[in-house]
Design a protein around this ligand. Sequence first.
Ligand code: AMP
Length: 280
Amino acid sequence: MQIVKTIEEVRAAVRAWRADGLSVGLVPTMGFLHEGHRSLIERSVADNDRTVVSVFVNPIQFGPSEDLEAYPRDIERDKTVVEGAGGDLIFNPEPSEMYPPHFTTFVDTTETTELLCGARRAGHFRGVCTVVSKLFNIVGPDRAYFGQKDAQQLATVRRFVRDLNFDVEIVACPIVREADGLAKSSRNTYLSTDERKAALILSESLRQGKAAIERGERSAQAVIDVIADSLNKEPLARVDYVEAVDLDNVQRVERIEENTLVAIAVYIGKTRLIDNFIWK
Ligand code: AMP
């Protein structure tokens, strides 16, 4: 397992693999890797001859009042996870390698980024799409792996890959959870003991929403109300959004049909957590 910091080193490694006729998978991450990331890496290792994991806390996807400085970083631990999962190369660039002076070109999206996190985190998806485009151009992977945990990100990446004709297959991977149901996230490390207990309300409330659908409820608003009522019972939780949208275009739906994404964002104390399920 190799770790490199420059674009030229990544390109040299991939060129050598390509010369041998090998296929390449890419797993973009912000590091502080956990079992969720690991599942993406393992899937890529299973599908491809070589796997590149990018570890980059992308400054342009954080708003001015967000947690860029505080975001957890531990590249030594990340190395162990990537090695353990069978990855071949970590690309861990400095921000200056990715954003040289006079960097002025961005990938901007509409439709899929109007609601949910796109409505609350100004510039977030512009930053995500720009960095993911750059990673696709740097690595040139056959396949790239994204978690369903960030469902709006996944829909948006799929869209810009289609719209801008990137020659890469996007592979979606299921949400990996803690034993008690909390979706794994690097941001879970921010939670105090009490907040960690309170954070269970996210998966529990989604479970209640899903149960309502299983009982036959098809009104999106009724399902949203079930979830919001449950979230509001937890004193440490502050709801940012509860939405039911079409999985592909991320626009609101009135009825829960196949391909409906039910997504929530909730502050537990100062930590903003997201979770979702897809109704099929
Ligand atoms: P991040 O490092 O948070 O930017 O995440 C990098 C990738 O890992 C994204 O595609 C995420 O959707 C995915 N990911 C993060 N947490 C999980 C999880 N609990 N289960 C599955 N995938 C995840």
